[in-house]
Write a protein that binds this ligand. Structure first.
Ligand SMILES: [Zn+2]
Length: 202
């Protein structure tokens, strides 16, 4: 006797959902059954949203944050922002936690990672050249380094400081108390506000 199981199409759906980050076997099963119960429209809506996001979402050619593919992001094109402040983060996902504290009105720059020789990530693998170009265009601007406080984050901050200071800009570092290596998304808003307000020139 063969043990009873879901039909193959449902097993396939569960298998696909299980591959997604943060979704285990039970969660995948619950989601798949939920979609079946909702009917065809719900599945079509999700499929459409997935395809649309893949087709339309890209990275801002200026700062590296998410944007409509091929276009600059809404921060880079906002004339009300202070273009003489550039906040440097490791990943695009670090931008929104800073935005949500409501204190910062400048531009961003996403490096795409941090210097980590052990993992083979060197400065040339990050968006450093682009940062240098942007800072060079803005004499006297302030560059706020909002990279992590772990060893790689410190090494990245030190390296960037050396590259940026000769460009006639001020370089500051977020105050201590930031999460080490976990991304800014793990910091609560109050901690981020204090870290921004307490930033120090380095
Ligand atoms: Zn941008």
């Amino acid at each position: 006797m063969k043990a009873q199981d879901y039909p193959s199409a449902l097993q396939g759906l569960i298998g696909q959902l299980k591959r997604m980050p943060g979704i285990g076997s039970r969660g995948a099963e619950r989601l798949a059954l939920w979609f079946l119960q909702q009917g065809r429209n719900e599945s079509a809506t999700l499929a459409h949203a997935l395809l649309l996001a893949n087709e339309e979402v890209g990275y801002c050619p200026d700062c590296g944050f998410f944007s409509h593919r091929g276009h600059s992001c809404s921060a880079c094109t906002d004339p009300e922002r202070d273009a003489r402040q550039i906040c440097v983060v490791e990943q695009p996902t670090d931008v929104l936690p800073i935005e949500r504290c409501g204190l910062y009105r400048g531009l961003y720059h996403c490096l795409g990672g941090k210097i980590s020789p052990l993992d083979g990530i060197m400065p040339e693998d990050l968006a450093v050249k682009k940062l240098i170009a942007r800072v060079s265009e803005r004499q006297g601007c302030e560059v706020i380094l909002a990279v992590g406080s772990d060893v790689e984050g410190e090494a990245t901050a030190l390296y960037l400081r050396g590259e940026l200071l000769p460009l006639n800009c001020r370089v500051s570092r977020l105050a201590q108390g930031m999460p080490a290596g976990a991304g800014l998304g793990h910091a609560d808003t109050v901690t981020l506000m204090r870290a921004l307000e307490g930033r120090q020139l380095i």
